[in-house]
Design a protein around this ligand. Structure first.
Ligand code: HEC
Length: 102
């Protein structure tokens, strides 16, 4: 019983803090940026303030940086290598149009 609890805790922590993982989600060719964002990103990126989907660092506030981040991920964010091309452009445009820069 104790062991099971411990295992569960370790597993939960691992999935919360997880080192760079890959998410194989691939958007439909006609998906809007909004569709993609709400399907994949809001589980971690909750709306930070009314009307803002994210608060971006100024170095992040351009399409190239956002797409790079989404494709490569980080220690705490999974990589989404299949969000690319036109849908990736639309996702980045949606984020830029609806975010603040700090
Ligand atoms: C498992 C949680 C998780 C998911 C899912 C996730 N992110 Fe993130 N994201 C993070 C964390 C944590 C950070 C901050 C740490 C970092 O920059 O690596 C971050 C940082 C970012 C940044 C950089 C912000 C800045 O100003 O530095 C962008 C842009 C971003 N995420 C976009 C997205 C998009 C777009 C999606 C959906 C395709 C997404 N994220 C999905 C956890 C997540």
């Amino acid at each position: 019983m104790k062991k099971a609890t411990l295992l569960l805790t370790v597993f939960a922590l691992a999935s919360l803090t997880g080192c760079s993982k890959t998410d194989n989600y691939a958007p439909a060719e006609n998906a809007t940026g909004e569709d993609i964002f709400y399907a994949n990103c809001t589980k971690c990126h909750k709306q930070e303030a009314a009307g803002n989907v994210m608060v971006l660092n100024s170095a992040m506030a351009n399409k190239e940086a956002i797409i790079q981040k989404v494709n490569k991920g980080s220690m705490s964010m999974p990589a989404f290598p299949n969000i690319k091309g036109e849908p990736a452009q639309r996702l980045a445009e949606f984020i830029l149009a609806n975010s603040k820069t700090k």
